[in-house]
Design a protein around this ligand. Structure first.
Ligand code: PMP
Length: 452
């Protein structure tokens, strides 16, 4: 009864993110009621293993009382403090200091946003300001990578390179450029070295085409997330970082998905020993309990902006920048990560990858890839030709529905890719269940006459 009325109210009033409005009206919402650990429960009492940590954000898992207490304490004491007018609060100051201490290299200055998109948007503004301050305002062109995702605000969505975020919105802007993805499984270049060399050559060519003195920054995700969980070959990030250093282009690592244990370490840049000029995070920062994102700047970026502005205000900020409740939550979540969740996530990630590898022999599995607790299984109807599932069957909803029936939530990408990003708290049994339920869905799909 309750469920029916909620479904109806949702249909009438709630606009869902990145959804076909009509498709959603037809299918209706599935209402989640509660969650604990890696398990969520819907309003019908159905329990589901959350193999995607919400939207790859609930890295710590659900139901940590200490996080709830941290938020409640902060709300009682001081629910809000602005950072304008030289004011501040203890939690965001402490959080900035803790993060600066742990971040790669001298990424020592942190601006807190509300999530990932506005963190990316903020980097674009800071970078423009930086080049103005350096006396090179003509450096106003930005490059990102095909299949990349950098958010959904107008400027960030233009760096995003997924057509669905552009069509009908009049973006990307003219100053937003792309180079090809490393997408190893579908890359004409085969070896890791060839893929790295091709990307390096393409970035150099793109910079020459735009004009060497016109490029402001290059954006990458350490692992491309929303484009289908595409893991670059080892050395790719480092090679791209080196090209940017040589050409004096700012290198931005968008770690919105990959930070906070998702790939193993606290930040995925550590996997290749890289220090980007700017870095964005969100999601795992608060483990999704409350909204918050962060822009990390290296000393030289901060100092250039600071000197450029002098006594003037740098005109960028939100009412909820450095929100004390979000910061209190982030501090507690950081404590949980370091108190064992990172360690558990590393073990669980190795088990997840090993488990998914056992699916490689399945007739529908073209590729298995990932790092840590971030993985994908790409489905094809012909392994030799790497033929994707037919778009006509709408793999995104069909595969998602089948997994749901098995008591598993996974991301199902439109091109027929299963995406996994379970909470770091997963037990061995839960990881095994994710793999086994996937196998069941694959077997069912093999029998589906519309797909084969
Ligand atoms: N950057 C990356 C790499 C992301 O994956 C996302 C979100 N999935 C964003 C930016 C945008 O973050 P948000 O949805 O919090 O605005």
């Amino acid at each position: 009864m309750l469920t029916n009325s909620l479904v109806e109210l949702d249909r009438q009033h709630l606009v869902h993110p990145v959804s076909s409005f009509r498709g959603h009206e037809a299918r209706g919402v599935r209402v989640l009621r509660s969650a604990k650990g890696a398990t969520v429960t819907d309003t019908e009492g159905r329990e589901l293993l959350d193999g995607f940590a919400g939207l790859w954000c609930v890295n710590a898992g659900y139901g940590h009382e200490s996080v709830v207490e941290a938020a409640a304490d902060q709300m009682r004491k001081l629910p809000y403090a602005t950072g304008y007018f030289d004011l501040g609060a203890e939690a965001p100051i402490r959080l900035a200091a803790e993060l600066a201490e742990r971040s790669p290299g001298d990424l020592n200055h942190i601006y807190f946003s509300l999530g990932g998109s506005d963190a990316v948007d903020s980097t674009i503004r800071f970078i423009r300001y930086y080049w103005h301050a350096k006396g090179q305002p003509q450096r106003d062109q930005f490059i990102s990578v095909e299949q990349g995702y950098h958010g959904s605000t107008s400027m960030a969505a233009g760096l995003t390179a997924l057509p669905g975020f552009h069509e009908g919105f009049g973006i990307p802007y003219q100053w937003q450029h792309k180079i090809s993805s490393h997408y190893a499984y579908r890359n004409p270049a085969q070896s890791a070295e060839e893929i790295v060399a091709a990307s390096v050559a393409e970035l150099r060519a793109k910079v020459s085409e735009i004009g060497e003195d016109k490029v402001a920054a290059f954006y990458v995700e350490p692992i491309q997330g929303s484009g289908g969980i595409l893991v670059p070959p080892k050395g790719w990030m480092k090679a791209m970082r080196d090209v940017c250093a040589e050409l004096e282009i700012l290198f931005v690592a968008d770690e919105v998905i990959t930070a906070f244990g998702r790939t193993g370490p606290l930040f995925a840049c550590e996997d290749e020993g890289i220090v980007p000029d700017l870095m964005t995070t969100a999601k795992g920062l608060t483990s999704g309990y409350v909204p918050m994102g962060a822009v990390f700047m290296r000393n030289h970026v901060y100092e250039t902006i600071a000197d450029g502005a002098g006594a003037k205000a740098v005109g960028h900020g939100f009412t909820y920048s450095a929100h004390p409740v979000s910061a209190a939550v982030a501090l507690e979540v950081l404590y949980l990560y370091e108190g064992g969740l990172l360690e558990n996530g590393r073990k669980a990630g190795a088990r997840l990858m090993a488990g998914l590898e056992t699916l490689r022999d399945h007739p529908l599995v073209g590729d298995v890839r990932g790092r840590g607790m971030l993985a994908a299984v790409e489905l094809v109807t012909d392994k030799e030709k790497k033929t994707p599932l037919p778009a006509s069957v709408q793999p995104a909803t069909r595969l998602f529905d089948r997994a749901w029936e098995q008591g598993l939530i996974v991301r199902s990408f439109p091109q027929g890719i299963f995406g996994y990003a379970p909470p770091l708290c997963c037990t061995e049994a839960e990881i095994d269940a994710i793999v086994e339920r996937t196998r069941t869905v694959l077997d069912q799909t093999l029998e589906d006459p519309e797909i084969r």
